[in-house]
Design a protein around this ligand. Sequence first.
Ligand SMILES: [Zn+2]
Ligand SMILES: [Zn+2]
Length: 180
Amino acid sequence: MKYRRTCANCGKETDKLYDNLCEECYRKSKEEGDIFIKKIKICKYCGKVFYKNKKIDYKKIEDLIVPNKTKIEYIVCEDCKKAISTDYNTIIQIRNIEESEMEEMINLFKKIGYIKKLEELNNNSIDIYILSDTRIIRKHLKDIKRRGFDIKVSRKVKGYDRQHGRKMYYLTILLYRKYL
Ligand SMILES: [Zn+2]
Ligand SMILES: [Zn+2]
């Protein structure tokens, strides 16, 4: 049996896709322009993915993306709204950054997580304590690397969870410029 693929818009099965769309939807997307733009929502804390208000598998995102027609919006899902008091799970340590870049970097992490605490060490260095899904952070690390940062990720023990009898961890992500 031939492998059939699914249209990212209407769900129809077809042999051939164009930008993840069936022929009919592809044609419509060209004609309707912006009206055709779809939104995928990702919870920036837990990484759950929603499409048309239904939860979908994180691995299926790639199949849903139609170039220039799909917008990813980072949201806070209902479960996480309830659990918002949770502590940070990642510390972003930014070192040797240009002063003018500082705000941009803070805004980037604001977009992809919930900032619990900011510790400015000097004009060029800051620690950002953040609650975010680590997969989302890792995805953005590629872009950060392209800006000329060196990146070091490590896992540290934060404490012991007596209730569940296990160690608790957090990530530290060190972003630094060798030469300013
Ligand atoms: Zn279709
Ligand atoms: Zn969530």
